[in-house]
Write a protein that binds this ligand. Structure first.
Ligand SMILES: Nc1nc2c(ncn2[C@@H]2O[C@H](COP(=O)(O)OP(=O)(O)OP(=O)(O)O)[C@@H](O)[C@H]2O)c(=O)[nH]1
Ligand SMILES: [Mg+2]
Length: 371
């Protein structure tokens, strides 16, 4: 009988050491209950990032198969990169299927935010996309917050049990959530995107609830996907995100790392006040138009750190665009895979300079400005 890796779901084989799913023949043929492939062993024990042979299209197929068979979708979103967690295929599945939405990584936002406020905000944002989930759970697998709530919600809607597909983009914490729900560290989890490779079936002990872990989908237009692996890990927050407030005059410019910059093009009555949120590794720099021009033309702005020496040429060689954007008080501009700007006192009229592929989204403020 074909055996699968309990860490990532891949079919195991003992013939090709350099291919996915390899495991030494004697271990593969042993009577062990759980088998891990060589790749999972290295990820789990040495924290290595080992690329797989599978493509993003292969991942999409797996998600489609799991979604077809499951009655319920547990869709996982990253609270810090909510817009970057959107993917058309996921949204389509959520429009058709009964779903419970899980917003993970609550521990990363500043602690003056109440989970019920977050849930209301998410509900409104999903309604704009035509999605009405059965329920929303706000959780943090890091400190185990809200995990029992997910179980209770599934049990409430499906008291006799259910097969649920756990889906989302890469790195949002799908496998971590399943590990918490089954109460074991069975599935391989890592800080690198692309850990889970195939459908991986797990059952919550003493229940009829089956969870299908799936590979993460890779959405389009995330800043974090345009830099090298080291910079990606710096842009994805691993600790509480940083927030900095600015009061800006006309022609003042802000850089978010050396990744995106924006210039205030017009002031109405009062100078706008904004807060910027991103990973602590992303530096914010306030400067003037002359310096902006210099920085955009020069390849290296040391003070900004990201992109690093290794990936800056590639980053800067792509096509850039300029977009004029106006935000009112209480609105936000979110950059997928990077962070967001909240307008505390508007209007804010800016010209944003960013790579052409990057998508930015205007939304209602997620962290409500305090008076
Ligand atoms: N701060 C924080 N980090 C988390 C949380 N949940 C998961 N992580 C981290 O996020 C990273 C990705 O977790 P995984 O569970 O592997 O994510 P995944 O969605 O299964 O990823 P793929 O299999 O690559 O699609 C790991 O470094 C986890 O430790 C959380 O609640 N808070
Ligand atoms: Mg996973």
């Amino acid at each position: 009988m074909k055996k699968n890796c309990v860490g990532c779901g891949i079919g195991l084989q003992a013939e090709y050491p350099n291919r996915d799913g390899y495991l030494q023949a004697d271990v593969l043929n042993s009577k062990r209950e759980h088998h891990y492939c060589q790749r999972c062993f290295k990820i789990k024990n040495y924290g290595k990032n080992i690329a797989s042979e599978l493509s993003s299209e292969d991942y999409r197929k797996e998600v489609a198969i799991a979604s077809d068979s499951a009655e319920l979708a547990l869709a996982v979103f990253d609270i810090i990169d909510f817009e970057g967690s959107f993917d058309d295929e996921i949204l389509d599945i959520l429009r058709e299927k009964e779903s419970i939405i899980i917003i993970n990584k609550l521990d990363l936002i500043p602690d003056d935010k109440h989970p019920s406020e977050v849930a209301n905000w998410v509900k409104g944002r999903l309604a704009e996309e035509g999605i009405a989930p059965l329920d929303i759970a706000i959780v943090s697998t890091k400190n185990s917050y809200g995990i029992n709530g997910i179980y209770k919600k599934i049990n409430h809607f499906f008291p006799k049990g259910v097969e649920a597909v756990v889906l989302g983009v890469t790195n949002v914490g799908k496998s971590s959530i399943i590990n918490r729900l089954i109460g074991a560290k069975t599935i391989t989890v890592s800080k690198y995107p692309g850990t889970t490779l195939k459908i991986n079936k797990q059952t919550i002990p003493q229940t009829n609830i089956t969870l299908l872990d799936t590979p993460g989908l890779i959405p389009h237009a995330r800043v974090s996907d345009l830099v090298c692996e080291e910079c990606t890990l710096k842009i994805i927050p691993s600790g509480e995100i940083s927030r900095k407030t600015f009061k800006l005059d006309k022609d003042r410019v802000i850089f978010l790392g050396d990744l995106i910059s924006f210039r205030v093009v017009k002031i109405e009555e009062a100078k706008p006040i904004i807060s910027i949120y991103a990973s602590q590794n992303v530096n914010f720099l306030e400067t003037n138009v002359e310096k902006q021009k210099e920085y955009l033309e020069n390849k290296r702005v040391d003070i900004l750190g990201i992109p690093c020496d290794k990936c800056i040429d590639k980053y800067k060689s792509q096509k850039f665009k300029k977009e004029l954007i106006t935000l009112e008080t209480g609105e936000e501009l979110a950059f997928k895979g990077l962070g967001w700007i909240t307008v505390k006192r508007g209007p804010l009229h800016v010209e944003v300079t960013m790579p052409e592929v990057i998508e930015c989204i205007i939304r209602k403020a997620f962290i409500v400005p305090k008076r």
